[in-house]
Design a protein around this ligand. Structure first.
Ligand SMILES: *[C@@H]1O[C@H](CO)[C@@H](O)[C@H](O)[C@H]1NC(C)=O
Ligand SMILES: *[C@@H]1O[C@H](CO)[C@@H](O)[C@H](O)[C@H]1NC(C)=O
Ligand SMILES: *[C@@H]1O[C@H](CO)[C@@H](O)[C@H](O)[C@H]1NC(C)=O
Ligand SMILES: *[C@@H]1O[C@H](CO)[C@@H](O)[C@H](O)[C@H]1NC(C)=O
Ligand SMILES: *[C@@H]1O[C@H](CO)[C@@H](O)[C@H](O)[C@H]1NC(C)=O
Length: 199
């Protein structure tokens, strides 16, 4: 019985751990490459590098999720005609999900781009060589969050003023902080169980 458990369950636990690690690293490569590219662009203009802001990253992920089923056209993403940006009726819900209050995001900007297969060089030029460059060029933006889904990649820029800082709403702080802890605990439990089966 013990060996049966070990034979069946151990591989299961080990693969869960591998899968978890994989999904954590997963599709962040495009995002890291883009961040590096945006900061190289900023450096070439003698601007400070953008620093990662967790809650802005959360919002970028949620927005990318809203876009993901839309195909790329010559009027979507970086090609959007100013003033015709899509509005999401559930935007307040997305903010809540990311522990954000609209008053801390007002000065930020959301820049979605659609690039088939997220080819890195095209992704970067969709930001630096489009109408978006005016934002990337702006000293008022200091923070960044990036999220991607399918062919969509979304950059959220934040400021260091209260109206654009993307700091979590008061009272939501506790929740925001405890989320990664739950995740870590879960992984720790899996590791613990796996090592018990190894004994
Ligand atoms: C950046 O700063 C360097 C040295 O301070 C200067 O030579 C260069 O012209 C500046 N570049 C831009 C784009 O302002
Ligand atoms: C977008 O593409 C369509 C046809 O594919 C074309 O008729 C239209 O002029 C294009 N619009 C722009 C803004 O390039
Ligand atoms: C957002 O913050 C403002 C001021 O800090 C507060 O008055 C308002 O109730 C908050 N809104 C939500 C939805 O939490
Ligand atoms: C943005 O990406 C599209 C692919 O969806 C590409 O055709 C276009 O040339 C890119 N635009 C810029 C300014 O790089
Ligand atoms: C950057 O900003 C300056 C002045 O704000 C502007 O003249 C310039 O065209 C911008 N550069 C790009 C690449 O948008």
């Amino acid at each position: 019985m013990a060996s049966l458990l070990r034979g069946v369950l151990l591989p299961f636990f080990l693969s869960s751990i591998l899968l978890l690690n994989h999904s954590v690293r997963g599709d962040n490569d495009e995002e890291d490459t883009l961040l590096q590219g945006l900061n190289d662009y900023r450096a070439s203009l003698n601007l400070t590098a953008l620093t990662k802001v967790d809650n802005a990253g959360c919002l970028a992920d949620e927005i990318a999720d809203q876009f993901k089923n839309q195909p790329c056209t010559n009027t979507t993403g970086a090609n959007t005609v100013p003033g015709t940006e899509p509005q999401f009726a559930n935007y307040p819900k997305l903010l809540t999900k990311c522990h954000l209050n609209v008053s801390a995001t007002r000065d930020g900007v959301i820049l979605p781009a659609c690039v088939p297969n997220l080819v890195p060089s095209l992704v970067l030029s969709n930001f630096t060589k489009s109408q978006y460059s005016d934002y990337l060029n702006d000293t008022k933006f200091t923070g960044v969050g990036i999220g991607s889904e399918d062919d969509w990649i979304v950059v959220v820029l934040s400021t260091n003023t209260p109206e654009g800082s993307f700091t979590p709403s008061i009272g939501e702080n506790a929740n925001a902080a405890s989320f990664p802890n739950i995740h870590m605990t879960y992984r720790f439990l899996l590791l613990l169980m796996a090592s018990i089966f190894l004994l």
